[in-house]
Design a protein around this ligand. Structure first.
Ligand SMILES: C[S@@+](CC[C@H](N)C(=O)[O-])C[C@H]1O[C@@H](n2cnc3c(N)ncnc32)[C@H](O)[C@@H]1O
Length: 330
C-alpha cells in the first residue's frame, strides 16, 4: 500500500534550525568554511552560481524573481549583492525560516515575503515571475512511497485531477509526460516535485533554476575511484533530524520541462562549484572513511557536489535574448 510522505507539518511547526541539515549553500556560507579552499575561485554558493549563470540567462534584465524555500536567505542575499533585482519575492512554508530570510535580506526593504505551501498556491500567481529559484528543497516536497508497478494499469485508481487519489495523481503525471519509473517495485515517486515543476512550466515562467539531491547522480573521471554517490534511480529516503526527505529522479523533471518547450541544462552542482584538486584534497578523498572533524565535513561536501544535480530551464521563444545557448539535454 503506497503512502504519501510529507514534511509540511515539520516545516510549518517543528523546525528550529537548519544547522543540522548541511545544505551545500549553508556549508559554504561562512567565509572561513574549510570547504572554500578546495574550490576553484573564491566565494559563496551564490557567487559561484552567478558566475555560472551570467552568460546563460539575462540576469541584468530580470525584474521579478521568486525564490521558493530560501532557508536562511543566504543565496538571495548573495544574488542581490550583485544584481539588485527590482522585485523579489521569498515564499516559504516555514514562518521561522521566513523570519531568518527577513534578517538576512534586511538591506533590501522592497523584498516581499509570502508564507505559503508552494504546492497549494494558485498557479496563476506564478505568471508574474521572470525567474523562479528552488534550491535544495524539492526533496522536502511530498513523495509517494511504496508504489506497485501496476499503478499505470490498475482499474481502481480512478481519475487523477485535482482532488484525485494519490495513485491517480501519479498515474496522470506518468501518462501526461511519458515518465519512466524505476527499474524495481515497489518504487517511490516525487509527486510534489513533479507537480511543482508542472505548475511552473504550465504558466510558462521564462527561467527556472533548481538543485537537489539526485537519485540519478554520476561521478565523472578522475573522481570516480574516490567518491560514491547513490544512483539507483529510485527516490531514496534521507533521514534527517525531525523529518525525512527523498532524492529526486531528475529525468522526470527533464521530461516535464521538455513537454512545455523548455531548453534544459542539467548537471552536477560540481559544474559550478569546481574542485581545485590539491594533494590535500586527494589525501582526504583517498582515506575513504574519514569520520571526524574538518576532513569529514570536506569529504561530505565533495560527495554532495556530485550527489546534487541542478537544472537550468529556459522557455523557448522568450523575448529577451542571451549570448550563449543552453546545451540541451535529456
Ligand atoms: C533544506 S531547506 C533549503 C534551504 C535553502 N534553499 C538552502 O539551499 O540552504 C528547504 C527549504 O524549503 C522550505 N519548504 C519545504 N517545503 C516547502 C513547501 N511545500 N513550500 C514552500 N517552502 C517549502 C523549507 O521551509 C526550507 O526553507
Amino acid at each position: 500500500m503506497a503512502t504519501l510522505h510529507s514534511t509540511a507539518r515539520f516545516h510549518r511547526n517543528d523546525i528550529e534550525t537548519l544547522g543540522w541539515e548541511l545544505t551545500v549553500s549553508n556549508t559554504l556560507d561562512p567565509p572561513e568554511s574549510p570547504c572554500r579552499r578546495f574550490l576553484k575561485g573564491q566565494g559563496s554558493y551564490g557567487t559561484h552560481l552567478l558566475a555560472h549563470l551570467e552568460r546563460r540567462i539575462p540576469l541584468k534584465r530580470m525584474d521579478r524573481v521568486l525564490e521558493v524555500g530560501g532557508g536562511y536567505g543566504y543565496l538571495m542575499r548573495d544574488l542581490l549583492a550583485v544584481h539588485p533585482f527590482p522585485r523579489v519575492t521569498m515564499l516559504d512554508i516555514s514562518p521561522l525560516l521566513l523570519k531568518r530570510q527577513k534578517e538576512a535580506l534586511r538591506a533590501y526593504p522592497s523584498v516581499r515575503y509570502v508564507e505559503a505551501d508552494f504546492l497549494a498556491i494558485d498557479a496563476r500567481r506564478l505568471r508574474e515571475f521572470d525567474w523562479i529559484i528552488l534550491n535544495e528543497n524539492l526533496g522536502d516536497f511530498p513523495t509517494v512511497v511504496g508504489l506497485e508497478g501496476n499503478v499505470r494499469e490498475d482499474p481502481d485508481v480512478g481519475a487523477g485531477g485535482e482532488g484525485g487519489s494519490v495513485p491517480a495523481r501519479v498515474r496522470r503525471l506518468l501518462d501526461a509526460y511519458s515518465l519512466t519509473t524505476p527499474d524495481r517495485t515497489p518504487f517511490n515517486f516525487n509527486l510534489g516535485a513533479v507537480e511543482a515543476l508542472e505548475k511552473i512550466c504550465r504558466v510558462g515562467v521564462p527561467y527556472v533554476f533548481l538543485a537537489e539531491h539526485s537519485c540519478e547522480a554520476a561521478v565523472p573521471e578522475p573522481y570516480r575511484r574516490w567518491i560514491d554517490v547513490r544512483a539507483g534511480g529510485n527516490p531514496e529516503r534521507i533521514a534527517l533530524k525531525g523529518h525525512d526527505e527523498y532524492t529526486i529522479r531528475f529525468s522526470n523533471l527533464v521530461a516535464v520541462a521538455g513537454h512545455y518547450g523548455y531548453e534544459v541544462l542539467r548537471g552536477p552542482v560540481a559544474d559550478f562549484l569546481q574542485l581545485d584538486f590539491s594533494p590535500e584534497l586527494e589525501s582526504i578523498l583517498r582515506a575513504r572513511n574519514v569520520a571526524v572533524g574538518e576532513r569529514e565535513t570536506v569529504r561530505h561536501f565533495v560527495e554532495d557536489l556530485f550527489q546534487y544535480e541542478y537544472l537550468l530551464l529556459r522557455k523557448r521563444g522568450v523575448e529577451f535574448r542571451v549570448e550563449a545557448p543552453l546545451k540541451s539535454e535529456g
